[in-house]
Write a protein that binds this ligand. Structure first.
Ligand code: CA
Length: 218
């Protein structure tokens, strides 16, 4: 999934970025509030991880502004300000969850999965689409009862296709999910990954909707 990380601490930012990218996510990292609002305006993110103490516009202002313009992106607030009042203010300003620094990367990942699952309206942690089962916690994929080994990008692509039932995804939307703004996208990268996925699953697993995009067969 595509994640927006808003963090002005270089050391925390680097370790979170490395941890999340190691789990097949595409992460855009910004270091201040205005850049966060700009990124939210230009891209669609599965979730934003928002530090509250930021130079210039702070995290609470970012939250209030994005919610005021009805941006529904799930927000996980991270902060060193551990007072009940700060937590209440954050949640009341539109945060979906809270993590106190220093936090554990595995816990961060688990909370991200829970928030994204909730945003997609799913209660079950395993995504089931027809013959396909995806476990986001372990990134295990089973097709027609058989485990399938996927590359990092193949997994990210399949997870994106499975995110919402019956949705046709355009190539541009899929690129947006798979690549952050530092990694250039090859012109036919999505087609190549789709080709590999069909080989590993089956030709009928992913449908091409001519002129529109791709649809996961269910
Ligand atoms: Ca900070």
């Amino acid at each position: 999934m595509r994640i927006l990380l808003v963090e002005d601490d270089e050391m925390i930012g680097e370790s979170v970025m490395a941890g999340l990218e190691g789990e097949d996510n595409a992460v855009d990292w910004v270091r201040d509030g205005n850049s966060a609002l700009l990124a939210l305006n230009t891209h669609t993110y599965s979730i934003m991880i928002l530090d509250l103490g930021l130079p210039g516009k702070d995290g609470l202002q970012v939250l209030r502004q994005m919610r005021a313009r009805r941006d529904p992106t799930p927000v996980l607030v991270t902060t060193a300000r551990d007072t009940v009042n700060d937590r209440i203010m954050g949640l009341d300003s539109g945060a979906d969850d809270y993590l106190i620094k220093p936090y554990d990367l595995d816990e961060l990942s688990a909370r991200i999965r829970a928030l994204v699952r909730r945003a997609a309206g799913r209660a079950d942690p395993v995504i089931v689409r027809g013959d396909l089962r995806i476990s986001p916690a372990t990134r295990e994929v089973v097709y027609r009862g058989v485990p399938v080994i996927l590359s990092s990008k193949e997994y990210a692509l399949l997870a994106a296709l499975a995110e919402r039932q019956g949705v046709v995804w355009s190539r541009a939307q899929l690129e947006e999910k798979l690549y952050n703004w530092d990694n250039g996208v090859g012109s036919n990268a999505i087609e190549v990954h789709i080709h590999h996925l069909r080989k590993k699953l089956s030709d009928s697993a992913i449908k091409t909707v001519r002129g529109v995009g791709y649809l996961l067969e269910t």
